[in-house]
Design a protein around this ligand. Structure first.
Ligand SMILES: [Zn+2]
Length: 248
């Protein structure tokens, strides 16, 4: 049933990407479904951008991503394949879960950026709670550089946090201290929001770099994003510490 016309068209549209043929009808397959017979295809190992047919750009039209997500989730819904070929059932499940992961990652500005950085081979600093606790337990010095513009504030904050922890242990209340800590927290949250705004200008830069394909500009563009994300996660950890000390 292979249709020679659609075969030549799809091989023109997707050079080098969909090189295998449909398991069912033998036509050159499209990404998720066969372009000729419509059968679900086994997932190919692709990154999330490619899964949605997107280029590795950071400015993403989230509305059209969402539309595409809902369209594909309807078409891949496992219920539709309950009577289909066993393999097709499995593939619809696999493709659905890939779809969910890809969508969840790409729709979120921070996750999308972190994902792209990993794709580009960048390791982000581990500032997660587990990393912090592990460092505390083993006594090793965790690589966590205080952003220079926060040095003074963090110094003050750490003393107040100590005090708050002590108060908590002794069951004493210090409303002024609590108010101070809340104020710090608000300030950190505002900084974090400002960083999220700033990140968008780095997206623009990255998208321009990928468009011009200038290899020399790639690294500095990536570095700026890494630096920003590290500052942001540092601040996030401070907010977490304040919450813990306040017993929130
Ligand atoms: Zn087919």
């Amino acid at each position: 049933m292979a249709n020679p016309e659609s075969k030549s068209i799809s091989s023109l549209i997707m050079p080098g990407e969909a090189t295998s043929s449909c398991w069912s009808c033998g036509t050159m397959r499209a990404e998720h479904f066969c372009s000729a017979c419509g059968k679900v295809q086994p997932p190919v190992p692709v990154d999330y951008f490619t899964f949605f047919g997107l280029q590795r750009r950071l400015n993403v039209d989230v509305e059209s991503l969402e539309r595409e997500f809902y369209l594909l989730s309807r078409k891949l819904h496992p219920d539709l394949y309950s009577r289909a070929d066993k393999r097709e059932q499995e593939w619809s499940l696999e493709q659905s879960s890939l779809l969910n992961d890809a969508y969840r990652t790409l729709k979120d500005p921070i996750k999308r950026t972190e994902y792209l950085l990993r794709l580009e081979g960048v390791e982000l600093e581990e500032q997660s709670k587990t990393a912090t606790e592990k460092a505390r337990a083993t006594g090793e010095v965790k690589k966590q550089i205080v952003p220079p513009d926060l040095l003074e504030e963090v110094f003050e904050l750490n003393m107040q946090l100590e005090e708050a922890r002590m108060n908590k242990k002794l069951g004493e209340a210090d409303p002024a201290l609590v108010k101070d800590l809340e104020a710090h927290k608000d300030a950190f949250q505002k900084k974090s929001e400002a960083l999220s705004e700033e990140l968008k200008s780095h997206w623009d830069e990255w998208d321009r770099v990928t468009e011009s394909n200038n290899q020399d500009d790639r690294r500095p563009a990536l570095d700026r994003m890494v630096d920003l994300l590290n500052r942001r996660s540092y601040i996030k950890n401070l907010v977490r510490d304040v919450n813990e000390a306040l017993g929130n």
